[in-house]
Design a protein around this ligand. Sequence first.
Ligand code: FES
Ligand code: FES
Length: 385
Amino acid sequence: MTAATVTLTVNGKAVTAAVEPRTHLADFLREQLLLTGTRLGCEHGVCGACTVEIDGQIARACIIFAIACDGAEVRTIEGFDDDPVMARLRQAFTQEHALQCGYCTPGMLIAARDIATRLPEADEARVRVELAGNLCRCTGYAGIVAAVRRVLEERRAAGEAGVSAPSPAVVRGPAAPIPRPAVVAPTVPGMTSAGPDAGMTTLAQSFVVRHPRARVWAMFEDVERVAACMPGAALTEPPRDGHLVGRIAIKLGPMGATFAGAATLALDQAAYRGIIEGSGRDQRSATRAKGRIAYRLIEQGDGATRVEIEVAFALAGPLAQFSRAGIVTDLAGRLTAAFAENLQAQLDAEASGQAAPAPLEAKLDAGGLLFSVLWARLKALFGRS
Ligand code: FES
Ligand code: FES
């Protein structure tokens, strides 16, 4: 395979190196730069041992290609030697017996520093949620949580908060040619009475369907048809009195997760609004998810309907760190675009009296979706159209 040249900053030093396109960042750091503090456990994005910072945000070095980090600032555990927050964490880990073999510790420390700087008011429950994406096979976690809490308390007592909060994710090169949902506060009127819980990731998106609102609403009332429009989603029992049971399969990098669970649906016909709230669990990774989808239909005046959607979700467990990864928002954008396209196709077929298009799951497999997401990001990074 032909090597490519990558230029990035690692622990404050400019690095230019030849890498094979298939080399992931963790291998590049360990084998080419000899920064062996970055550990490899699962190499599937699950255990968090390889956690580093990329452009100020924690990320898993085993599931990002080194070449995709062109222009990035990467910070490994070695790059925190002189960091005062990390110095406190190291001391607290010792005091609280937060390590045994130490294999998970570099990744755990980087995740802990992210909590200490980003969430200065975090309580024990929040610390546990935030650390859920870093696995330790030795300690039982009590000491790790105690160490992080000790540093949080020390920083609060010293009047320090968010001293070096992570910077927003950066996408280098031209804008990615995919819908990038804005991360916003809830905006859909009438849908925020309960509102998303604190700590949920919230995305707002909208799209236009070329059919009148009454027709689109009739489609939204048929939950089974709407579910069939979402790639990876399926109802596993007939809906009953607003209670839904189903699953949604998602693929991120080498990982696949299938969240099975239950939800409730509340419709406000007069206002053309609906809310779906539910929770589920991926059995394989033991990751738990809860989420809330609020939507409303707005008549455009030209015979078309704008669909506004607000999604709030939270993950707890081994896949929790992906709540903050840019790729999740990309994936959400792709899913919404595919959903809109297939909703349109269903309505077109209905209006023309033709047979409905083939079920979406047969047309759009998760692997293809993932590939298109990754490819779009790579194209953006390398400036190709
Ligand atoms: S080695 Fe990267 S998450 Fe496990
Ligand atoms: S201290 Fe051994 S894996 Fe965490």
